[in-house]
Design a binder for this molecule. Structure first.
Ligand SMILES: NC(=O)c1ccc[n+]([C@@H]2O[C@H](COP(=O)([O-])OP(=O)(O)OC[C@H]3O[C@@H](n4cnc5c(N)ncnc54)[C@H](OP(=O)(O)O)[C@@H]3O)[C@@H](O)[C@H]2O)c1
Length: 229
C-alpha cells in the first residue's frame, strides 16, 4: 500500500506496551521507563516467569500478559520473533482485538535462523511490516526500531542536539501515527527519520541498505538517497 492517510492529531502516549521481553524488548522498556513512560511488558509466558528479569533489566516496567499490555497501552511495540507473531499455521498469535485502533510499532525482522525458512514472509515483495499490518485490521502500524542492533540501541540515547546523536528510521502509511512514533523515538534519545509509507521500510530489513545502521539522521538520509539512485 502506498497511500498515506492522516487520521488527525494524536495525544502523546503515556503508557507503552511492549510485546516481547527479550533483547530488544527489555532495552526499549528500560529506555522508555527512563524517559518517563509507564511501561507494560509481556512475553508469551505467565508474568511471574519474567518478573525477575524485568526487575533487573527494566526496573519500573510492569510485567503483565500480552493481551493486558495491548489493551491498556496507548501505543504498543512488537518486539517478539516475527515467526511467532505470524505463525505458519495462520493461528492468531497477537492480541488483534486489543491492538485495534492503536498505534503499533513493528520492531520485528525476518531472521531465518530464528524464524525458520518462511517463503510466506519473504517472497511476496511486501515488507514484513505490511504483512503484519494485514493481520491487524484497524491498527496503525509503524515500522521502527528494526535496523539498529540492541547494543547500539542501549548505548545510543543522547539529548536532542547532541552532535553524536544517532537516528532511528521509521515508515508507516498513517502520517499522524508516524509523527507519534517519531516523537517517541526522540523521547528515547534518538533523532527520527520518517521514510514515508510502510513499503519504503524495505531498506530497513535484513540484507538491505540500512539494516544494522547506527548512524546520524543525515547519514541515514544519505544512505536512503543512494539506495534510491
Ligand atoms: N536483537 C536485535 O538486535 C534486534 C534489533 C532490531 C530488531 N530485532 C527484532 O526484534 C524482535 C525481537 O528480537 P530479540 O532479539 O529481542 O529476540 P529475543 O531476545 O529472542 O526475545 C523475544 C521475546 O519475545 C517473546 N515472545 C515470544 N512469543 C511471544 C508472544 N506470542 N507474545 C509476546 N512475546 C513473545 C519471548 O519470550 P517467550 O518465548 O518466553 O514468550 C522473548 O521474550 C525480532 O523480530 C528481531 O528480529 C532484533
Amino acid at each position: 500500500m502506498d497511500t498515506l492517510t492522516n487520521s488527525g492529531s494524536d495525544s502523546r502516549p503515556t503508557t507503552i506496551g511492549i510485546l516481547g521481553a527479550g533483547k530488544v524488548g527489555t532495552v526499549l522498556a528500560r529506555l522508555a521507563v527512563a524517559s518517563g513512560y509507564r511501561v507494560l511488558i509481556a512475553s508469551s509466558r505467565p508474568p511471574a516467569a519474567i518478573a525477575l528479569t524485568i526487575d533487573v533489566l527494566a526496573h519500573g516496567a510492569e510485567v503483565t500478559t500480552a493481551s493486558d499490555a495491548a489493551g491498556r497501552a496507548d501505543l504498543v511495540i512488537l518486539a517478539l520473533p516475527l515467526g511467532k507473531a505470524v505463525p505458519r499455521d495462520g493461528h492468531q498469535a497477537l492480541p488483534v482485538g486489543e491492538l485495534r485502533d492503536k498505534i503499533v510499532i513493528d520492531a520485528m525482522n525476518y531472521w531465518w535462523e530464528v524464524d525458520g525458512k518462511r517463503p510466506d514472509l519473504t517472497d511476496s515483495g511486501a515488507t514484513t511490516s505490511e504483512l503484519v499490518a494485514a493481520l491487524l485490521p484497524g491498527s496503525r502500524v509503524v515500522k521502527a526500531f528494526n535496523h539498529m542492533g540492541y547494543h547500539d540501541l542501549d548505548e545510543g540515547p543522547r539529548p536532542s542536539g547532541d552532535p553524536d546523536r544517532k537516528a532511528i528510521a521509521l515508515s508507516g502509511d498513517d502520517v499522524a501515527a508516524n509523527e507519534v512514533a517519531a516523537d517517541l523515538i526522540d523521547s528515547l534519545g534518538f533523532d527520527a527519520v520518517d521514510l514515508g509509507p510502510l513499503a519504503e521500510g524495505a531498506v530497513l530489513q535484513p540484507g538491505r541498505e540500512l539494516f544494522g545502521a547506527n548512524l546520524s539522521a543525515a547519514e541515514i538520509r544519505d544512505v536512503v538517497e543512494q539506495a534510491a539512485a
